[in-house]
Write a protein that binds this ligand. Structure first.
Ligand code: ADP
Length: 489
């Protein structure tokens, strides 16, 4: 049962398997976005704390350490144990997520389940990561080993707090890396709870470290640290660029980036309209539009455009906004005041640039950070709302005539994270899937992301892939060993 009074137990930094205060003694407030009031004061990490965390992670990765000496299968068992503990504490974690992030309980509960699935998926990989034997020229014997890159820094956003942690922790641990993770400053609570569970699961000291704090201080210190071999980041394209630059200038550490998107969802004229309206609605409004791969450009073919808009408005007006702990609520508050203001600014721009506001458009309630579910029709490609990431509950519906036209328009963006097409015509579906520049393409569904399927962006939506077998790659080095043999056999 969802618990609006969930106790907040863990508020300190987690370094070397212990909860500790920040060296500076500083704390920061994490807010409840429903009320804007402080939920808890959390220890604020800075460079000195990151240095301690990296040094613990480095020690845990040293040759001969307990972690390095574990059998790969044993690593898998530890990861599975962590998944079991998360499952055992699912309601507490989901309740914390609702308090700290504002998403409806059912969505938070689903996120925790997806986190468990991610840990279990990668637990299975641990003893199946292996290299090749290679018929090299010159009669030598060549083999490759897949080795962990070492200490990894991980920086995550606030939109799916525990799930983003799982996407980062699970492949890194499966590969045998050690971790320093910074949760987003808006949502540190579930990461600290997970850290406590990792200790209970039995991970050795220093393998997992969690340092809440701000991006420009703690985050920068991780990315700039000479002993961090790789950084995995999920967040905005703007910050992704800073991270790539900082990483290049420090020790040229490896970087994987999962960044923003402006994903097209194309609705062809042969669809079942009610079904299509619902898929497009959920593609945008899920998690209050705060999803990097949300279907934020709904392209609808001319013949069904007007009916599609009318049905979308009808559905959106029914959307229940309110306290995310109420079981009938589908939409809670946005994450913070800054985000709410930014969304309202985009709505004003939409109106000014000539889009037709069909419903919503204002803030909802004077308390907290709510925004009404909003729809714009008659949106054209040049409008700011069709180009920039709004990260809020604002659906833009665009009209198109032909498949070729929509492919060209779908690709006319600096982003390339995801795309979708709804149609019964297999030729249309696959022509689009092949031509669209996006890391994930969903046919007759949207955001069908699972632990087994790689996820990541083309163009400025990122580097590298998370999830699936590809998701291990950023955490591994390939070592080639060549043995010179005396004779050819
Ligand atoms: P959003 O726009 O979704 O809040 P951000 O990209 O601003 O996403 O933040 C995502 C994560 O990146 C957060 O954990 C944040 O603290 C961190 N971050 C922000 N700026 C920096 C930076 N300069 N260096 C490292 N991390 C940063």
């Amino acid at each position: 049962m969802a618990n609006p009074n969930q106790k907040i137990v863990y508020t300190k930094l987690f370094i070397n398997n212990a909860f500790v205060d920040a060296q500076s003694g500083k704390k920061f407030a994490t807010l409840n976005p429903v009320t804007g009031k402080t939920l808890a004061e959390v220890a604020e990490a800075d460079k000195a704390d990151v240095d301690l965390a990296v040094s613990a992670a480095k020690k845990a990765f040293e040759r001969g350490s307990e972690w390095r000496n574990l059998d790969a299968s044993q690593r898998g068992r530890l990861i599975n144990k962590l998944a079991d503990l998360i499952e055992e504490h699912k309601t507490e974690l989901a309740s914390l997520e609702v308090l700290d992030n504002g998403k409806p309980f059912a969505e938070a509960d689903f996120d925790i389940q997806c986190s468990i699935d991610t840990f279990r998926y990668y637990a299975g990989w641990c003893d199946k990561i292996h290299g090749n034997t290679i018929p090299a020229d010159g009669g030598s014997l060549a083999v490759t080993l897949k080795e962990a890159v070492g200490v990894v820094g991980q920086i995550i956003p606030w939109n799916y707090p525990l799930l983003m942690l799982a996407w980062k922790f699970a492949p890194a641990l499966a590969a045998g890396c050690t971790i320093v993770l910074k949760p987003a400053e808006q949502t540190p609570l579930s990461a600290l709870f997970a850290a406590a569970l990792s200790k209970q699961a039995g991970f050795p000291d220093g393998v997992i470290n969690v340092v809440p704090g701000f991006g420009e201080t703690a985050g920068h210190a991780i990315v700039n640290h000479p002993d961090v071999r790789k950084v995995a980041f999920t967040g905005s394209t703007e910050v992704g660029r800073i991270i790539a630059e900082t990483a290049a200038k420090s020790n040229l550490k490896k970087v994987s980036l999962e960044l923003g998107g402006k994903s097209p969802l194309v609705v062809m004229e042969d669809v079942d309209l009610d079904e299509a309206v619902e898929i497009a609605h959920n593609a945008l409004f899920a998690n209050h539009g705060q999803c990097c791969c949300c279907g934020s450009r709904t392209f609808v073919q001319e013949k069904v455009y007007d009916a599609f808009v009318a049905k979308s408005v009808e559905l959106t007006l029914k959307r229940k906004v309110g306290n995310p702990f109420s079981t009938d609520v589908q939409q809670g508050p946005q994450i913070d005041a800054e985000s709410q203001q930014k969304i309202l600014k985009y709505i004003e721009l939409g109106k000014k640039e000539g889009a037709k506001l069909e419903c919503g458009g204002k803030k909802w309630s004077n308390e907290g950070y709510f925004v009404e579910p909003t729809i714009f029709s008659s949106v054209t490609d040049n409008m700011t709302i069709a180009q920039e990431e709004i990260f809020g509950p604002v659906q833009s519906i665009l009209k198109f005539k032909t498949l070729d036209e929509v492919i060209e328009r779908a690709n006319k963006t600096t982003y390339g994270l995801a795309a979708g097409i709804l149609t019964k015509n297999i030729d249309w579906a696959f022509t689009f899937a092949r031509a669209v520049e996006a890391g994930s393409v969903w046919i007759n569904c949207f955001d069908a992301t699972t632990a087994q399927t790689p996820f990541g962006g083309y163009k400025q939506s990122g580097h590298g892939r998370e999830l699936g077998e590809d998701g291990l790659e950023p955490y591994l080095e390939t070592k080639t060993i060549v043995v010179k043999l005396p004779t050819k056999n």
